[in-house]
Design a protein around this ligand. Structure first.
Ligand code: ZN
Length: 180
C-alpha cells in the first residue's frame, strides 16, 4: 500500500453543469441521493444510475460491498452493469448513459466496456477522492481515469466529467468516513 505512483494523464477539460441538459443535472443530483442511501444502509457512499436518451431512469444502484458480505466486486457501477446486461441487449446498452458519482475504477470501467455501454457522465475526480480514502484497505482508490481504460479499447465511448460544481456535495459523504 505504500507504493507511490503517478499517472501523468489528467483530464483537463472544465465541464459545467450548464453544458448538460436540465434532466441530466437532475440525474446527477439523484446519483448523490443514491450515494447517501447506500451509506445509510451501511455500504460505502457510492452510487450510479442508468438512463436512456430521454432521461428515463432504467436502473439505480448503490454500493453493496458490505451488504454482500465483503464482495469486492460490489461497486455500484459493476453491479449495475451486471444486472443491466442481463436485461438489455448490447445494442440497447450502446444508447444508454451511466450517471455516476465519481470517475469509474478500472474494474467498473471494464464492466462498462464489456457491457457495451455508450456513455458515462460523472461528478468527481478519482484523484480528489483519493485524498479522502487514502490507502484505506476498504477502498484504496486508484488514480486511473476511466478514459485511459476506455482509450485502450476498440470502441467509441463518450465520457463527460468531472463536474466539479457537485464535487463538494459528494465528498461531504466521504469526509471522516475512511481510515487514512
Ligand atoms: Zn469500481
Amino acid at each position: 500500500m505504500k507504493k507511490e505512483f503517478k499517472v501523468e494523464y489528467e483530464q483537463k477539460d472544465n465541464y459545467k453543469l450548464s453544458d448538460l441538459k436540465d434532466f441530466e443535472v437532475k440525474l446527477l443530483k439523484r446519483v448523490l441521493e443514491i450515494c447517501k442511501e447506500a451509506k445509510e444502509k451501511g455500504n460505502h457512499p457510492f452510487g450510479c444510475l442508468l438512463a436512456d436518451k430521454e432521461g428515463n431512469i432504467l436502473m439505480e444502484q448503490g454500493n453493496e460491498e458490505v451488504s454482500l458480505k465483503g464482495d469486492c466486486t460490489a461497486h455500484a457501477e459493476a453491479l449495475l452493469m451486471r444486472k443491466a446486461s442481463q436485461i438489455y441487449t448490447k445494442k440497447e446498452m450502446k444508447e444508454f448513459t451511466l450517471y455516476n458519482c465519481a470517475d469509474s475504477c478500472a474494474m467498473c470501467t471494464g464492466a462498462m466496456y464489456w457491457g457495451n455501454l455508450g456513455r458515462h457522465v460523472y461528478i468527481a475526480r478519482e484523484s480528489e477522492l483519493k485524498k479522502y480514502t487514502g490507502d484505506d484497505i476498504r477502498n484504496p482508490t486508484l488514480n486511473l481515469p476511466s478514459r485511459v481504460v476506455m482509450a485502450s479499447g476498440q470502441k467509441e465511448f463518450e465520457t463527460l466529467g468531472p463536474f466539479t460544481e457537485l464535487e463538494d456535495e459528494f465528498f461531504k459523504l466521504h469526509k471522516d468516513y475512511w481510515n487514512k
